[in-house]
Design a protein around this ligand. Structure first.
Ligand SMILES: [Zn+2]
Length: 274
């Protein structure tokens, strides 16, 4: 069995153990690989992953629920799981486009969990696991794929992909990255840090997420407004062609991010990530 034990800081006063292996016996009664993986990965999440909002246990919802796979036992958060045996690149396959659009328009869209497992001689081991919080789940990260051929088994079915490369890092709350587990307290802190986006309307949210992504591309903890304009203004203008005053819009987003504790303002046009 592969497991990782994490020594947390004294204030956390706990040792978290994550079992990284799928329970192969759970898949034994199923014929298709997809069904085996579904059953084993769902059980793995239920046994090893806690709610990023409150740290409580997650519960599996009934199989015929159209929207979500898990809900938190203590708070209203709900989660949908996507598992893959291939490590993600810039895009993640995410099932039917129509169903995804429906989730987007839902008043209570789910958070997503993305699980990457590796097949080994001994079985299946989880290598990467992150949560995409629902506030980052916007139309511009969904890519519609071409419909399948009329002769295909699922004729004319239209799938979609989630464009993970468009997400800022703060939109990916990692529990496990390349086999290394994050302390539970870090997961909760990272999830709480971007909660303010929930209260934003669609357009405002889209601007904030775009600016967060551009800050990340600067790859500097501290940056000046001038540096930000030089790096990001053209890209942001391209993404928001109807906006006639991108600089003012940028300043507005930076101010909101400062007010929400994501950035701090150091004076003289200098910002620093918190
Ligand atoms: Zn919860």
């Amino acid at each position: 069995m592969f497991s990782c034990r994490l020594l947390l800081s004294p204030c956390q006063a706990a040792i978290l153990t994550v079992n990284k292996d799928f329970d192969l016996s759970l898949g034994a009664g199923y014929k298709s690989k997809a069904q085996k993986v579904r059953v084993m990965s769902e059980a793995w999440v239920e046994n090893n992953i806690v709610c990023p909002a409150c740290g409580s246990a997650l519960q599996k919802v009934k199989n015929n629920s159209p929207v979500k796979d898990f809900h938190c036992a203590q708070c209203p958060e709900q989660f949908e799981l996507k598992s893959s045996g291939k490590k993600w690149g810039r895009k993640i396959m995410a099932g039917a486009y129509a169903a995804m659009r429906k989730r987007l328009q839902s008043p209570q869209p789910p958070n997503f969990f993305f699980l990457h497992y590796k097949e080994t001689a001994a079985g299946c081991r989880v290598e990467n696991f992150f949560c995409l919080p629902k506030q980052f789940f916007t139309a511009n990260i969904i890519e519609k794929r071409c419909s399948l051929r009329a002769t295909a088994r699922r004729a004319r079915w239209v799938g979609c992909k989630i464009l993970v490369d468009k997400l800022p890092e703060s939109g990916k709350i990692f529990y496990m990255r390349d086999n290394i587990c994050a302390p539970d307290a870090d997961v909760r802190r990272n999830f709480a840090k971007i909660r303010f986006l929930n209260a934003q309307k669609t357009e405002a949210k889209s601007w904030l997420i775009d600016v967060m992504k551009q800050i990340e591309l600067l790859a500097q903890r501290r940056f000046s407004l001038t540096e930000f304009y030089a790096k990001a203004e053209a890209d942001l203008q391209k993404k928001h062609p109807d906006n006639n005053n991108v600089k003012a819009k940028i300043r507005q987003q930076l101010q909101t991010l400062r007010d929400q504790g994501y950035l701090s303002f150091k004076g003289g046009g200098i910002y620093e990530l918190c």
